[in-house]
Design a protein around this ligand. Sequence first.
Ligand SMILES: [Zn+2]
Length: 197
Amino acid sequence: MSGGPELGATGAGPPTAAGPPTAAAPSGATEGCGSRETAPCYRTGLGIDAHRFAPDRALVLGGVRLRDTHGLAGHSDADVLVHALMDALLGAAGLEDIGHYFPDSDPKYAGADSVELLRQVVRLLHERGWRVGNADAVVVCEEPRIAPHRSSMKRVLALALAIPEERLGIRGTTTEGMGFPGRGEGILAQAVVLIER
Ligand SMILES: [Zn+2]
C-alpha cells in the first residue's frame, strides 16, 4: 500500500508544525472522552525501536546527523529515536503501527527523513483532535554519547511534535556492556508520550 489512506490524503504539502485541534468536537472522539461536555481526555503510549549498526551509513539520531559513517541500517534514515516516538504516538492514539503507514516495501520511504514522517504522524493525531502533552525518550547505546547533542535534538523534535522544548525529554544510557547495545551491535530507543484532547 502507498502510505495509508489517511496519510495519502494529507500528502499534498508538509503539515504545519503548529496547529492545535480546533474547538469543534474532534472526529473520532468517543462519547464521554474528549468531547466538549467532558473533562479533557488523556492517553499514554509506549514506543520501542532498535536498529543494527551499518558502517557505510550516516548516523542520524533525533533528527540530527551525528556522523557520515557507522550509522544504522534501515529502509529510511533509520533514526531509531524518532521511530520510537512515532511508535508511541501511534499507540497512544490507538492507530496502526509505523509499518502500516510507512511500509519499508515502498521505495518512496527509502532513505526517508524520519522527522518528516514524525510530522506526518503528529498531523494524523491533530486530525483526530489529539495534541501532544509531553514526550520522554531514552536512547540505549555505548556510543555515541547523547548529552552533547541533546539540545539540538530537542530543538528539532519539539518543533515536529508541536510542543515546547521543556515538554520533551531525551536521555542516553548504556547497558554497561550487556546485551546487543552493550556489544555495540546497534542502538535501542524507547519513548513514552502523553496525548490529550
Ligand atoms: Zn526504526
